[in-house]
Design a protein around this ligand. Structure first.
Ligand code: SAM
Length: 234
């Protein structure tokens, strides 16, 4: 049996590549984005009532994690990337049906310029992610404060302090909403965006993350991350 679904819309997100995206939603509330509904789902009446909710569930396709074959076990970054668990005990993008589920903040519902748009915050999604469905988050049923959470009982720890070079600071100040952008960049970096298998820190290495319309370039020095520049995308 094969079921066919088509996206109801697509995500606009500051995350332009997988590297740097938090591993779950809600970790970086400064990560603002949008769900833009596509035809024929772009109907203002289809979202009437949604403005009464603070959060929504998004069901989406991990469109950059499509593989022909699936593996029954995965190595979650949370376990250092060297221990395996069953794919259904994980939230890994690589799964038999590459479908993700995220609860995100709903900041606004807009029908403008012929588009129906949900304004969202706390995303863990790549720009262009196809969305299959939206449902309101209902606290009395969806929130289970005492639930056991397997190998991920706590949010990821803050690992680094983040500072900006003079060049990066100047570039930040020339952009709209610099304080918000500064907080966003700090949140992305302080929890260590590197994959679990990244190994020991190499002080000479310069890392890059594509965010918005720039390439964030940074390096690690002990417990400190220095943002070197917000470079034009290479
Ligand atoms: N909250 C969702 C869930 O539990 O189904 C996603 C969790 S998954 C571990 C989050 C990671 O998926 C992100 O850190 C990013 O690397 C990756 N990701 C996000 N959007 C993606 C997409 N459209 N295609 C492939 N990978 C994506």
């Amino acid at each position: 049996m094969v079921y066919k679904f088509e996206p109801i819309g697509f995500i606009r997100s500051p995350y332009k590549e997988k590297f740097g995206i938090p591993r779950q939603p809600g970790l970086i509330t400064e990560a603002r984005g949008e769900l833009v509904f596509s035809e024929p789902y772009s109907r203002p009446e289809a979202v009437i009532g949604l403005e009464g909710y603070s959060h929504v569930w998004l069901q989406f396709v991990f469109h950059q994690a499509m593989r022909e074959a699936w593996q029954p076990m995965v190595r979650p970054p949370r376990l250092g990337g060297n221990k395996r668990v069953g794919v259904f005990a994980s939230r890994a993008p690589f799964r038999p049906n590459p479908i993700g589920l995220s609860v995100v903040q709903l900041e606004g519902v807009q029908a403008r310029d012929g588009e129906v748009v949900l304004e969202l915050a706390g995303l863990d999604l790549l720009d262009g992610t196809p969305v299959l469905d939206v449902k309101p988050y209902v606290a009395y049923v969806d929130s289970i404060p005492n639930a056991r959470s397997g190998f991920a009982p706590e949010p990821p720890a803050v690992r680094f302090q983040v500072r900006f070079s003079d060049l990066a600071e100047g570039q930040l100040l020339s952009r709209p909403e610099p304080d918000q952008l500064r907080r966003f960049i700090i949140r992305v970096l302080e929890i260590d965006p590197r994959p679990a298998y990244a190994g020991d820190t190499q002080p000479e290495r310069i890392y890059g993350i594509r965010l918005y319309d720039f390439d964030l370039r940074w390096r690690i020095d002990g417990d400190l991350i220095e943002v070197l520049e917000l470079a034009p995308p290479g």
